[in-house]
Design a binder for this molecule. Structure first.
Ligand code: GLU
Length: 497
C-alpha cells in the first residue's frame, strides 16, 4: 500500500500552531513510509473561508519547511485540491446515497428545527434531529423539489446499537448510535458539509491514513458509516492528542499566542518551532530534546506517540529556540537570519519616517523605537492608570479592540484608523481616550511614534498578542461579563475592511 496522508485545513483564520503540529506528524509518517503528503483546502464554509487565510496557511507551512507533494498551489494527479472547486462531485455522491436509500431530503426550516430542539429540551431530552424528513413520501419529495423548496440532504443513522471503529493509537472506540445525529451532508446552499466532502475527498485522493486532532473522534462514526454506504475502504485513523495550555486547558489564544506567524514575527527559528512541535506527544528514541525535521523523519514511529495532553509551553520553546540559535547558527548565518527577520531595508524604510523627526541624536533611537523590535512589553495594571478612562472602560476597550483587530485582514493604516474610530464612536468615547489603553498595551511606553503607523510596522500577529497581553494584565472579563460584552459588540455592527 502506498502511504498517502493529508492535512485539510479550513482557511478561516490565522494559521494555527495546531495545524502545523498535525501537518508535521502527517509529513513524518508519509516520508518515513516513502509515501506522499497532501495539502487540501477545505473551504466549503463560504462565509468564513478567505483566500487571504489560505495564502497565510501556505506561507506559514513553507516557512516551517513542511512541504507538501500535492496541493492547490503545486498540483498533483488527484486535484482539484480545493473543495470549492469540487462541488459537483459532492452533489453526485450525495445523489448516489439518496438513490441507494442511505440519505434523504429534509425540508424543515431553521425555525421548525429550532422549535423541535426547544421542545426536546423542555421535555428533558438532548436536542437531536428527529428524523421527520424520513416520513415524507417519495412523491411528495419530488413535488417539493420540483417546486424549488429549500432543502438539505441528511444521512441515515442506525436507530440502535453502537458504532465501533479502530484508531491506530487508541484501539477500538465505541460510540452508541443514539449519540450520533442524522448529519446534514448537503446544505441548503447546495454545498457539502465537512463530513461528506472530507470522506469523498479522502477516498478519491487515495488517502491511506487520516492523522488529525482528537476533536474529530466523534465524527468518525459518521465517516465510517459513509464509507460503508459507498462500499469504500476507510483509511486508517489516528487521532492525535490536543495541544494544551500549561494549565492543561485546550490551547487557546487567550492564554498562549496560537498563530504560527506570531512565532515568526517574534523571531523564533522555524527549525526550533518544528522541533518543539515534534516533542508534543512524541520523543526521540534516545530522548534527545533538540532534533531536526530530517532526524525526526528518520526515527519516527507512529506507535511511539503518547496520548497524554502535550503542553505547549512558550518558556520551554524559548529555551529550545535559544539552543538552536547558539548551537546551530554560525555568525554568518545568524547575521543573515537577523537581517531577514527585521534588520532589513524594508523595515528601516518603514521606521525612518516615524523616528527621524523625533530624535536629536541616533542614540535616542533605541528608547523611542525599541518597542518596534521587541516582544511583549513589560506592563502591569498600573500602566493603564494615566488615561481618562476607568479600569472597567479600559478593559472594555481592549476586549472590543481585540475582537476588532482579529477581524481585520487588510492591515493598513487607513483601515485600522477607520475601524478604531468607529469603535470609539460606538462606545461614545473620543478617539484619543480610546487609544490610550491601546497605546500602553501595544507600545508599553509613555511616548512613542504614532500608533497607527507603529501597528502597521509591528504587524497583526504582534499587535493582537500585545492587546491580549494588556487585557490579561488588566484582568480578563469574567465569563458572564464576556457574554454581555460580546452582545454589545455585535450590536455595534462595526464596518470592517
Ligand atoms: N477541515 C478540518 C479542519 O479544519 C479537517 C479535519 C480532518 O483532518 O479531517 O481541521
Amino acid at each position: 500500500m502506498t502511504v498517502r496522508t493529508r492535512i485539510a485545513p479550513s482557511p478561516t483564520g490565522d494559521p494555527h500552531v495546531g495545524t502545523a503540529y498535525i501537518a508535521l506528524f502527517n509529513l513524518c509518517f508519509a516520508r518515513q513510509n516513502g509515501g506522499k503528503f497532501i495539502l487540501r483546502i477545505e473551504d466549503t464554509d463560504q462565509l468564513r473561508s478567505t483566500k487571504h487565510s489560505e495564502q497565510k496557511i501556505f506561507e506559514s507551512l513553507h516557512w516551517l519547511g513542511l512541504e507538501w507533494d500535492e496541493g492547490p498551489d503545486v498540483g498533483g494527479d488527484f486535484g482539484p485540491y480545493r473543495q470549492s472547486e469540487r462541488t459537483q462531485t459532492y452533489q453526485d455522491y450525495a445523489q448516489k446515497l439518496v438513490q441507494a436509500g442511505h440519505a434523504f431530503y429534509c425540508f424543515a426550516t431553521p425555525e421548525e428545527l429550532s422549535q423541535m430542539r426547544q421542545e426536546q429540551m423542555a421535555g428533558g431530552g438532548t436536542p437531536k434531529y428527529d428524523g421527520r424528513g424520513l416520513a415524507i413520501s417519495t412523491a411528495e419529495v419530488e413535488s417539493r423539489l420540483a417546486a424549488g423548496e429549500s432543502h438539505v440532504i441528511r444521512m441515515k443513522i442506525p436507530d440502535e446499537g453502537n458504532c465501533q471503529f479502530e484508531d491506530m493509537l487508541r484501539g477500538t472506540i465505541d460510540i452508541p448510535w443514539s449519540q450520533v445525529d442524522m448529519q446534514v451532508l448537503i446544505k441548503a446552499d447546495g454545498l457539502p458539509t465537512y463530513h461528506l466532502a472530507n470522506v469523498v475527498d479522502d477516498h478519491l485522493m487515495n488517502i491511506s491514513h487520516v492523522i488529525r486532532g482528537e476533536e474529530w473522534i466523534n465524527s468518525a462514526p459518521k465517516h465510517q458509516l459513509l464509507y460503508q454506504y459507498f462500499d469504500w475502504q476507510m483509511p486508517k485513523l489516528i487521532h492525535m492528542p490536543l495541544l494544551r495550555n500549561p494549565d492543561k486547558s485546550k490551547l487557546s489564544k487567550r492564554k498562549n499566542p496560537t498563530g504560527v506567524n506570531f512565532y515568526r514575527a517574534m523571531g523564533y527559528l522555524p527549525e526550533a518551532l518544528v522541533n518543539y512541535l515534534g516533542r508534543m506527544g512524541w520523543s526521540m528514541p534516545d530522548e534527545s530534546e533538540k532534533f531536526s525535521l530530517e532526524q525526526m523523519v528518520e526515527c519516527f514511529d507512529i506507535k511511539d506517540i503518547h496520548l497524554g495532553g502535550p503542553v505547549f509551553d512558550t518558556e520551554k520553546l524559548d529555551w529550545l529556540n535559544g539552543r538552536w540559535i547558539r548551537e546551530e547558527l554560525d555568525e554568518q548565518e545568524f547575521r543573515k537570519r537577523l537581517v531577514e527577520w527585521a534588520l532589513n531595508d524594508d523595515k528601516l524604510r518603514q521606521i525612518i519616517p516615524l523616528v527621524q523627526g523625533r530624535i536629536e541624536k541616533y542614540s535616542d533611537l533605541a528608547s523611542i523605537a525599541g518597542f518596534l523590535l521587541s516582544g511583549i512589553p513589560e506592563i502591569d495594571a498600573q500602566s493603564f492608570e494615566q488615561g481618562k478612562l476607568e479600569v472597567e472602560e479600559n478593559r472594555k476597550v481592549l476586549q472590543y479592540s481585540s475582537w476588532l483587530l482579529d477581524s481585520i485582514h487588510e492591515w493598513d493604516r487607513d483601515i485600522l484608523y477607520r475601524c478604531l474610530n468607529s469603535l470609539a464612536d460606538a462606545m461614545e468615547f473620543k478617539l484619543k481616550d480610546l487609544m490610550l489603553p491601546l497605546f500602553v498595551a501595544i507600545t508599553g511606553q509613555a511616548s512613542a511614534p504614532p500608533l497607527f503607523d507603529s501597528m502597521v510596522i509591528l504587524g497583526p500577529d504582534i499587535v493582537r498578542a500585545r492587546v491580549r497581553h494588556g487585557l490579561e494584565k488588566l484582568g480578563h472579563p469574567s465569563k458572564k461579563q464576556l457574554k454581555k460584552l460580546d452582545k454589545d459588540y455585535q450590536r455595534f455592527n462595526l464596518a470592517l475592511s
